[in-house]
Design a protein around this ligand. Structure first.
Ligand code: GLU
Length: 264
């Protein structure tokens, strides 16, 4: 049975392409469903962190921008608008199930530096102690390219490491890791389990994500290296139906399981 059935502290990451329609506007049905499932999982006495992308994508939708802004101030302005909207919706939906969220916006500096990452860890511990659900994103309005984490796959893995999570679940727009790109190769099959993310595996992954998000399989594999290296199991599953989280927690074989070092 998969290790996640006993996991107590879980980080769930949802990406822009899962959370938004191609128009850039929020996929309301999906977001509501996701929050409902997460609220229910939280009710089973687990500690949850939600790492949510979508600030720039949602900001684009709200501002009526057709293209992702190219300039840094443009992206930062879109993120400033979108982050508000995201938190407004998470707060509203989680409140319906009597759960409280806290917004945690992180910068690379706050994670790289020993003292500030200890502060970050303490903040998470306090939020868990208060029964709140931290909703995390990069602080896109202040981080510039040179000092950004840059993608939320990596950010979620760093968070999982700092808080000593048992599991990291990446909700993606694909069922998991495939032997080749399934959009291009009909012979591609899903890989159910990965014991080691070696350079050969990294070389098979393509970096491209969607036009609205920044992820791709490459960032997920590097996230996997961080998370599994820290002893957390990582799972990539398809987020188009958030019920997949129930399947995962019941030990059903869904997606790709990257086995954490300590459980090997
Ligand atoms: N922090 C970015 C946002 O919320 C997303 C980064 C990513 O797509 O991984 O828009």
């Amino acid at each position: 049975m998969s290790a996640i059935t006993g996991a107590k502290r879980i980080v769930v990451k949802v990406g822009t392409s899962t959370l938004t329609h191609p128009s850039g506007h929020i996929n309301i049905r999906l977001m509501e469903k996701l929050v409902k499932v997460l609220a229910d999982i939280k009710n089973t006495d687990r500690e949850l962190v939600l790492v949510s992308s979508g600030a720039i994508g949602v900001g684009m939708g709200k501002l009526g921008l057709r293209e992702r802004p190219q300039t840094i101030p443009g992206k930062q302005a879109a993120a400033a608008v979108g982050q508000c909207e995201l938190m407004y919706l998470y707060d509203k939906y989680f409140s319906e199930y009597n759960h409280t969220v806290g917004q945690v916006l992180l910068t690379r500096y706050s994670l790289d530096n020993a003292e500030s990452s200890e502060n970050v860890r303490n903040t998470f511990e306090s939020l868990f102690g208060m029964g709140a659900i931290p909703v995390v994103n990069e602080n896109d309005t202040v981080a510039t390219d040179e000092i950004r984490v840059g993608d939320n796959d990596t950010l979620s893995a760093i968070v999982a490491k700092i808080i000593g999570a048992d599991a990291l679940v990446i909700l993606s727009d694909i069922d998991g890791l495939y032997t080749a790109d399934p959009a291009k190769d009909a012979a591609a099959v899903l890989v159910p389990e990965v014991r080691e993310i070696d350079d050969a595996l990294m070389a098979t992954a393509s970096g491209a994500g969607s036009s609205r998000g920044t992820g791709g399989m490459l960032t997920k594999l590097s996230a996997g290296r961080i998370a599994t290296g820290a002893g957390a199991d990582m799972y990539i599953v398809n987020g188009k139906n958030p019920d997949v989280l129930y399947d995962l927690l019941e030990g059903k074989a869904v997606g790709t399981h990257f086995i954490g070092r300590e459980t090997l």
